[in-house]
Ligand binder design. Structure first.
Ligand code: ATP
Ligand code: MG
Length: 853
């Protein structure tokens, strides 16, 4: 369902009785994202794509009367919303809810409760159902009536119509039916309550503003946009739309990126791309520079990271991703816009109502204009788009399918060269690397700089194709092999191996000696060490995959993998981090499988048979009719073209080195095997040795020694603090003794030397307390920076406000400050003027308290 569009999504398993809820009454604060609302964002003032949903749930517990009653209480007595401004809706035949509103609880007059919707007439307003069958029920929504709106429909609209008069803030869903396939609604015995209120709209009402974008949630973003565009929000309705789009989309994009999504042309990535590009287009309308969206997203991170820590962690990725996308879009935008403007003009000239699908598709395909954006621009010009034509072209493109996509990827890397050579000249190479690491072969093709050549000489970078080769071409997560190719006349070092076209294996190499010629016999030798490490890591990856599925269920799916010599990296779908015990268990089970030393077999078979045998495969991978199945021990069967150990025992030792999240619901495990694992153990032992030498205890006693050290450190810190405190007390005492007497009060003004901000404030407070009725104005210089602290006894705060005074004094030392009336601090840059500031402070206090002046 493309992101979490409702607050109840995580609660569904409880509703369905599939999981035991932690309680019958639950509340949630849930990040939501509604792709469905993307196109209206900006055009009104209360729809976002990203918003925070506040949910209340009763699972087989309380029912309509409680839900409505409590909701009303919260709105009117806690939130103090004027009850006269509220109206509600119910499903047309939900008399139960209608009566609760109007009679039982008598909260609203009958003319303020609107009966809406009717499934039989195809109107599903106020009827909630997540699917064609299953749990469903009527709902009741609460709206704020904002009064007739200027410039909208003249008649008195109802809350079901979008006339801007009614702002929906809260929805109460009553899950009371199980809908059968034939449409009958069977009443449930265990009924659920699911309510959701948007934080943004609730804030809007509570903060008394007319617009989501004027709430404190959006204020920092709007301010930033105002600064960037040098214009005020609210000055011009057309520019206001753009400002809202930028603010909202920057916010949403930041959250999507923090959740691990990257811009792409499919699925979630495409939604993100649409957000950034739509925002970029509107930024351009405000004459903002490329990079503006990134800056606004920076404000999002700043203002929301306190509650959403994932933003802090993703700060740089957010900036990089948006900048890259903005720049990419910028490069094609101008020419795309020209094309579109021309197409609109020519359609108008020829009195056509629509832009042809061809143009729309070209804009999408070549210029990266999301179709929705083209539609928006065209609509603004009073035209439509030939949607059917566009769709035909899009479908045709998709149909060319993954093979084509793969082909174009290869073609991009290698040009048409190898595809042509394969098709026209039958260029192909046999892969011998499952069985051997060195093969005798003949050079079939050499290419330099994208051109086929007959020979390659010392120092040249060359692509080599042999008729048979043991070099594994990158695929299935396993990197391409390295090694060398030798002939009687020369030698080349191979840095990487790739499949350039069907059955064409290309080795990228550098000639280091003599010359290579097409047709010459050659010996191809894979770098044995690197390949053996890689094979260990590959087989271990299979064992890890099988273990994860066995321990955590079939929901664990591979989401990516990297197998190379140094280590292995395995990404998989899973909703939470693994505990230390779970990781240990995974490690143990993989090592058990290794110790059993089972042999690793591979077998080629029809895809159907492989799937029927339960072999693990990747859902979005395209397989041929014949596939290779690799079996490692009794539990691991996987479709795989990679190279593997002979026996699981070859892996040696398997150690997990890292477990982390790389996006919403996706975890990554990194591990080492064989020599890599040995190295890891050695490193660990070295670190332990170093620590035990430093602490002068045997390694076995390290944990206790560290605990003891921590304890004694805490003790010392406490002692130090109390010493400092008595030092402060002493200093405070000395200062109080020398206080200046004013009219009924005493004053201490002093530069006390090197104190940090916190200690200075503590000292000022002590002095004030010692004075009884009085004022302390202290200055210090710490690390080259001047600081100020002012403390005022309670009985004087009406005459001397510490916060105001410190602000005044801080400006003298080129800084700022503030705080409450009885204790405030400030800091600045100009240490040389600290004396002046203290002087001014003394003068000000004397004036106010009537001293000698
Ligand atoms: P609307 O009709 O205004 O689009 P909805 O009926 O789709 O809202 P619900 O699915 O009932 O909304 O969601 C419950 C609550 O979530 C709403 O009452 C509202 O406070 C909030 N909400 C829904 N959609 C959005 C949105 N796009 N932006 C901000 N808040 C929203
Ligand atoms: Mg609703």
């Amino acid at each position: 369902m493309l992101f979490t569009s409702a607050g109840m999504q995580p609660i569904v398993p409880y509703f369905l009785g599939k999981k035991q809820p932690p309680a019958k009454r639950l509340v949630t604060v849930q990040k939501c994202f509604r792709t469905t609302d993307l196109d209206i964002v900006g055009f009104d003032t209360y729809h976002n794509t990203f918003f925070e949903m506040l949910g209340n749930f009763g699972i087989g517990d309380y029912w309509k009367k409680e839900a409505i009653g409590w909701g009303w209480e919260l709105l009117t007595t806690q939130f103090e919303i004027d009850p006269a401004s509220l109206v509600a809706t119910v499903y047309f035949d939900d008399d139960e809810a209608f009566d609760i509103w109007t009679k039982e609880l008598a909260l609203l007059e009958p003319d303020k409760v609107f009966r809406l919707g009717n499934l039989a007439k195809g109107d599903d307003t106020n009827f909630w159902s997540p699917g064609p069958t299953g749990l469903c029920g009527p709902c009741s929504e609460v709206f704020v009536d904002r009064g007739p709106q200027p410039g909208t429909k003249p008649h008195d609209c109802n809350p079901g119509e979008d006339c801007g008069r009614y702002l929906e803030i809260w929805n109460f869903v009553f899950q009371q039916y199980d809908r059968k396939a034939d449409g009958t609604l069977v009443p449930l015995s265990k009924r659920n309550i699911d309510t959701g209120a948007g934080l943004e709209r609730t804030s809007q009402v509570l903060q008394g503003v007319t617009d989501t974008f004027k709430t404190d949630l959006f204020l920092p973003l709007m301010k930033r946009i105002e600064t960037l565009s040098a214009s005020a929000y609210g000055d011009d309705p057309v520019r206001d739309v753009s400002m809202r789009v930028i603010a909202e989309h920057a916010r949403a994009a930041a959250f999507l990126i923090a959740d691990g999504i990257a811009p792409s042309n499919e699925g979630r990535g495409y939604v993100l791309r649409r957000l950034i590009r739509r925002a970029a287009l509107h930024a351009r309308r405000l004459d903002l520079k490329t990079g503006a969206i990134t800056q606004v997203a920076g404000e999002v991170v700043k203002s929301m990271q306190k509650h959403y820590h994932e933003l802090t962690a993703a700060r740089e990725r957010v900036a990089e991703t948006i900048t890259a996308e903005e720049e990419k879009f910028e490069r094609t935008l101008s020419s795309g816009m020209e094309q579109l403007t021309a197409a609109i003009a020519s359609a108008k000239e020829r009195a056509q109502a629509a832009i042809d699908g061809d143009t729309a598709f070209r804009l999408y395909d070549t210029f990266g204009f999301p179709m929705e954006m083209t539609r928006e621009l065209v609509t603004a010009a009073g035209l439509t788009v030939d949607e059917a034509g566009f769709k035909t072209l899009l479908d045709a493109q998709r149909q060319r399918g993954r093979a084509a996509a793969k082909f174009s990827q290869d073609a991009m890397r290698f040009g048409q060269l190898y595809a042509d050579a394969h098709e026209k000249q039958g260029l192909r190479s046999e892969f011998t690397g499952y069985a051997e690491l060195a093969s005798d072969a003949t050079i079939r093709s050499l290419a330099i700089g994208g051109q086929r050549v007959d020979e390659a000489r010392e120092g040249q970078d060359v692509e080599i194709v042999l008729d048979r080769t043991p070099f594994y071409p990158e695929g299935g997560g396993q990197v391409g092999d390295r090694g060398d190719v030798t002939t009687s006349e020369g030698r080349a070092l191979v840095a990487d191996t790739q499949t350039a076209a069907t059955d064409v294996i290309v080795m990228s190499a550098k000639v280091v000696d003599g010359v290579l010629r097409v047709g010459a016999p050659a010996r191809a030798q894979v770098d044995e060490d690197a390949r053996r490490h890689t094979m260990r890591n590959h087989t271990a990856t299979h064992l890890l995959h099988a273990t994860l599925r066995r321990l955590f269920g079939e929901d664990v799916h591979q989401a990516g993998s990297l197998v190379h010599a140094p280590n292995l990296r395995f990404d998989f779908t899973f909703g939470r981090s693994l505990t230390a015990e779970e990781l240990r268990r995974v490690e143990d089970e993989v090592n058990d499988a290794i110790l059993s030393n089972a042999s690793v077999h591979s077998q080629t078979m029809p895809l159907q048979d492989a799937l029927a045998s339960g072999a693990t495969h990747l859902f979005d991978e395209k397989y041929g009719d014949e596939v290779r199945v690799v079996e490692a021990g009794p539990t691991s069967r996987e479709l795989c073209g990679g190279t593997h150990c002979h026996c699981t025992g070859d892996i040696g030792l398997f150690l997990i080195t890292k477990e982390e999240s790389i996006g919403a619901g996706v975890r990554r495990i990194e591990a080492v095997t064989g020599e890599g694992a040995l190295r890891e153990v050695h490193d660990m032992r070295d670190r332990v040795d170093r620590a035990s030498q430093a602490l002068k205890v045997p390694a076995a006693r390290l944990p206790e020694a560290v605990a003891q050290m921590q304890e004694s450190r805490e003790r010392l810190e406490k002692q130090l603090a109390s010493l400092q405190k008595s030092g402060v007390d002493q200093t405070a005492g000395a200062l109080v003794a020398k206080a200046e007497a004013l009219d009924g009060a005493r004053l201490v003004v002093k530069d006390v030397g090197d104190y940090d901000q916190q200690m200075l404030r503590g000292l000022a407070d002590r002095v004030r307390d010692g004075l009884g009725t009085g004022v302390a104005v202290l200055g210090s210089t710490h690390a080259g920076r001047p600081g100020l602290a002012i403390a005022v006894s309670k009985d004087l705060t009406a005459r001397v406000h510490a916060g105001d005074l410190v602000k005044e004094l801080a400006s003298i030392i080129d800084g700022s400050g503030g705080g409450p009336a009885n204790s405030a601090t400030g800091g600045g840059k100009d240490a040389a003027r600290l004396g002046d500031a203290l002087h001014a402070g003394a003068r000000a206090v004397r004036e106010k308290l009537g001293g000698r002046g």
